[in-house]
Write a protein that binds this ligand. Structure first.
Ligand SMILES: CC(C)(COP(=O)(O)OP(=O)(O)OC[C@H]1O[C@@H](n2cnc3c(N)ncnc32)[C@H](O)[C@@H]1OP(=O)(O)O)[C@@H](O)C(=O)NCCC(=O)NCCS
Length: 152
């Protein structure tokens, strides 16, 4: 497995992975409307737009993209999603590590993320501290996330 930069041709596969997570493993944590909004916010076109504003990486296993993550220039980590068939194989950790290395190269002192409720334990395992839980209105729905940060 390797971690490399996102390419425009990865858009469809990444969108599929994100949708797959949202409608299976993340099913219990947000309303259907919120998860639909999240899926719409991560279409191939949106991912391409985001790629010009942040660094997006993908994990590739045997020429197949199996996970995605992004980090912006102030150290906020975005959209970490691993194909559910590949969970528990160290892919999420490898992607997270890549963004931390990127942040260090940019001399940032901390990284932050808005974690899903379910991924809270994953980030804690990687040394993130819970700052606070937020619920806010988003489009036609409400979204709940946990702000977490790690000093690097
Ligand atoms: C969270 C996620 C990215 C983890 O990816 P992964 O590739 O399965 O994680 P890893 O295999 O690298 O796991 C690393 C460690 O974290 C643990 N872990 C993974 N997911 C966890 C979770 N949700 N809660 C607690 N611990 C978790 C693993 O058991 C493993 O522990 P170990 O080192 O003691 O064996 C993945 O479950 C996912 O895509 N979830 C759905 C999308 C999501 O919620 N993303 C977060 C958006 S903010």
């Amino acid at each position: 497995m390797k971690v490399r930069f996102f390419r425009p041709s990865d858009g469809r596969r990444c969108h599929y992975i994100i949708k797959k997570c949202l409608f299976t493993v993340n099913k219990k944590e947000d309303s259907l409307a919120t998860r639909k909004n999240l899926a719409k916010n991560n279409t191939p076109k949106r991912l391409l737009e985001k790629n010009s504003m942040e660094k997006i990486y993908v994990a590739e296993d045997k020429n197949k993209v199996v996970g995605i993550i992004g980090i912006d220039d102030v150290g906020i980590i975005h959209h970490l999603f691993v194909d559910p068939r590949y969970h528990g194989k160290g892919i999420g950790s490898a992607l997270l590590q890549k963004t931390i290395t990127t942040a260090k190269k940019h001399k940032l002192k901390k990284v932050t993320t808005h974690s899903s409720i379910l991924a809270d334990g994953f980030y804690k395992k990687h040394g993130f501290k819970r700052i606070r839980k937020h619920t806010r209105k988003w489009l036609n729905s409400k979204i709940t996330y946990i702000k977490m940060e790690k000093k690097i």
